[in-house]
Unconditional design. Structure first.
Length: 237
């Protein structure tokens, strides 16, 4: 589409959204629905932006650019709920094949991390995972493969989507009315991503360092008992 640079979706989200608003406001709703449906519904689409795009969309809506923040929230919530539901049914259909390594489009590292989290926290994973990139896309898949009951899944799915979208889009909408934030949205976004991803990266490095240190301290365990002495010969008389 002329006038829209799709690479801006990853580098300058506010410019990307404003370009679409100038072309067709309805297009913004369609594209955002598709992005959040795909990012939460298909595990091979985890590269799509999530939290940051929600915040920027709210900030752009605050600039009176033709976007209605209520409609924006409703569209994104619908996409996030339906995407998670699709992902759940994919996991239920695949079953234990999700874990056997034969499905190439499933990242085994991300899958294991999500499964371990799900084993510890159960349904709460679906709510918390909304705010964790990558895990957000794998949580419904794991829930489906683990046989979670659909009514419990949908309760966590809907509540997580509401909390996620309302907090981030609403936060972007409120801050987008502040001139300092509005005029420096790109810088603030980079800082925000650093604040979110920084602790996760440090935690990962800390775990790697602990594993490496534990491996160096491991010493082969020697036999607890000394070798038995050879039996003495008894002289016959």
């Amino acid at each position: 589409m002329e006038g829209i640079n799709w690479s801006d979706l990853f580098t300058a989200m506010d410019r990307f959204l404003l370009a679409m608003v100038d072309r067709n406001v309805l297009l913004v709703y369609v594209v955002l629905f598709a992005i959040f449906f795909s990012e939460t519904g298909l595990v091979f689409m985890t590269f799509l932006p999530g939290d940051s795009l929600l915040f920027v969309a709210g900030a752009v809506a605050a600039q009176e650019a033709g976007l209605h923040v209520g409609v924006l929230m409703a569209v994104i919530i619908a996409g996030a709920i339906l995407g998670n539901t699709l992902n759940y049914y994919i996991g239920a259909w695949l079953g234990r094949r999700v874990y056997d390594g034969t499905i190439r489009w499933i990242d085994p590292v991300a899958l294991k991390a999500t499964h371990d989290f799900y084993e510890r926290h159960g349904g709460k994973t679906l709510v918390v995972a909304r705010f964790v990139p990558i895990v957000r896309s794998f949580a419904p898949l794991v829930a489906g493969a683990s046989g979670m009951e659909i009514h419990k899944f949908q309760a966590a799915n809907v509540s997580g989507a509401l909390l996620w979208v309302l907090s981030l889009v609403g936060g972007g909408y409120l801050f987008g009315q502040v001139p300092l934030v509005r005029d420096n949205l790109g810088i603030i976004l980079i800082v925000g991503i650093g604040v979110v991803l920084g602790p996760l990266a440090l935690a990962g490095l800390w775990r790697l360092a602990r594993r490496a240190a534990g491996g160096r301290r491991t010493v082969p365990v020697q036999a607890a008992h000394p070798p038995a002495a050879a039996p003495s010969r008894t002289k016959r008389r």
